[in-house]
Design a protein. Sequence first.
Length: 206
Amino acid sequence: MKKTTFAALSTTALIAAGCASMMKDATHEQALALMKGSFQERGQAKLDRLSQDDTQRVCSEHNASNPLPKEAAARIEQEQLKMIKYPADGQYLGDWKEGEKIAQSGQGGQYSDDPTRPAGGNCYACHQLSKAELSFGTIGPSLNNFGKLRGYTPDMQKYAYGKVYNSMAFSACSSMPRFGHQKVLTEKQIKDVVALLMDPKSPVNQ
């Protein structure tokens, strides 16, 4: 009798778990359909922006109450690291003055922006860059004195380039945009941003 009851309970639990999973999937699909239905394509702003890749989907399934397992995080970082395309010339620093313009620009990607003009990085929206800034975001850490604190070594330059190119390669499910991976910034632009962070003459390091 006990065995029969246990088996029945086990079966019930499996069915409940399956139903919960189906409900979760159905709710997700309904939410996605609702979101897509509230947007309209305009110019360069296409609906494909609402579609997540496999990594983004995994990250969306986890939060503070359901953290991403360490093994999954390590796997994501390894996969994303392989996707970074480092400069063929082995040079990571561009022009910090151009990098500052990119970091301060939020232009690009919006339907009202000219798609033929280069996009900005909008870095100040999440980070403090220099002491002279009066207003900046705090979603990301301060980047003030980035090179001075970490050293101006080639390894650190390469790290900075990779971080800007694909932040998830160093922090799984990072909220920082994958600027190179998603083709928001070009190789030259990323070099210029890295120079802003790593050039001793940059206002970031003053």
